[in-house]
Design a protein around this ligand. Structure first.
Ligand SMILES: Nc1ncnc2c1ncn2[C@@H]1O[C@H](COP(=O)(O)OP(=O)(O)OP(=O)(O)O)[C@@H](O)[C@H]1O
Ligand SMILES: [Mg+2]
Length: 316
């Protein structure tokens, strides 16, 4: 495998602040769709701006196409497609004027793919940028990032502001780009938005990389989210004592827990109780992540130990 993007202990401290990015070491392989996930303020945009040399690292370094991100920023930028988090330029130009301008800069003559992208995203090239909604700015940003079919796409929250139909079209464009051999680095704060297109996802929190995982290893979560409604309340201890049970929450007659392994012990523990309702859910990828990396890391660790799926195993 060839890494196309490498960061080595990449760190950024904005003046007088805590570390916005704290020693990030990451590799993105050629041809993969890599999701870069984290809540607001996690450091996603900071990472992207460092990679593109819009800001300089406090320490550490990044390489794109094997080139140092600071020493070779011009060449790197020429070979990538970048969608910024916010597109706030060229307010008085029409979208078509912007597309022509960018095509000229890139030495492109053939605008057919740009127009095709516009059609598929139901985008109107004749309007002025200042009249665009957030979603339409996002579409223009996508067209500008994709139209030259670059080797590497770096997209900062591409799907925010897109309605569900456009989100689907966007996903399709990403899959086509991947089939075309392009590598995609995509930031998002919503896992469910990117899980269908990503091969791997990284989780960033407070500037620190928490985990890198293959999406297919996560979708086969080995536990079920169980909700029980009992006729009479039962003490939490009944469930907490069971091997395979974690995250037990008792709220009156309603019991919620995650359960892994064979169900017989749970059934036996329930035999003294009258069960009015039982619901079993395969957790979504988002829930799996929250279980491991949620606000309460102790719970996640407990679960990881009990179920035998350690966080590290998820990296394979
Ligand atoms: N120019 C700046 N000057 C000072 N602090 C900054 C600057 N840009 C970002 N920060 C701080 O750095 C941290 C990381 O911000 P960043 O924008 O990288 O997060 P993000 O993950 O992109 O968040 P979001 O999901 O909201 O886009 C935040 O605490 C933010 O307040
Ligand atoms: Mg951001």
């Amino acid at each position: 495998m060839t890494p196309i993007l490498i960061t080595d202990k990449l760190t950024k401290v904005y003046t007088g602040k805590k570390k916005a990015l704290d020693s990030l070491s990451l590799e993105v392989q050629a041809g993969e769709v890599f999701g870069y996930l984290g809540p607001n303020g996690a450091g996603k945009t900071t990472t992207i701006r460092l990679i593109l040399d819009f800001i300089r690292p406090t320490s550490g370094s990044a390489q794109v196409f094997g080139l140092d991100s600071v020493a070779h920023s011009a060449e790197i930028r020429a070979r990538i497609g970048y969608l910024p988090a916010e597109l706030n330029l060229w307010n008085n130009l029409t979208a078509m004027q912007v597309v022509r301008y960018m095509a000229n800069l890139r030495g492109m003559k053939d605008l057919r793919y740009a127009l095709e992208l516009g059609e598929r995203l139901e985008f109107d090239f004749t309007k002025r940028i200042k009249s665009f909604s957030t979603g339409n700015k996002r579409k223009l940003g996508l067209i500008l990032a994709l139209m030259h079919k670059p080797e590497l796409l770096i997209l900062d929250e591409p799907s925010s502001g897109l309605d569900p139909l456009m989100q689907q079209r966007f996903n399709q464009l990403m899959l086509e780009a991947q089939q075309n051999g392009q590598t995609i680095f995509i930031s998002s704060h919503v896992l469910s938005e990117v899980q269908v297109i990503c091969d791997r996802v990284a989780i960033l929190r407070n500037g620190q990389l928490k985990e890198v995982a293959r999406v297919d290893s996560l979708t086969t979560a080995d536990y079920r989210a169980v909700t029980l409604r009992l006729r009479e309340p039962a003490p939490a201890g009944v469930f907490e004592a069971l091997p395979g049970a974690s995250q037990v929450k008792v709220d009156g007659k309603v019991v919620r827990l995650n359960f892994s392994g064979e169900f017989d012990p749970l059934m036996r523990a329930l035999s003294p109780y009258y069960v009015e309702d039982l619901d079993l859910q395969v957790p979504s990828l988002e829930e799996v992540f929250l279980t491991y990396y949620g606000e309460n890391p102790t719970n996640g660790n407990n679960h990881a130990q009990k179920s035998g799926v350690g966080a590290k195993e998820m990296t394979k």
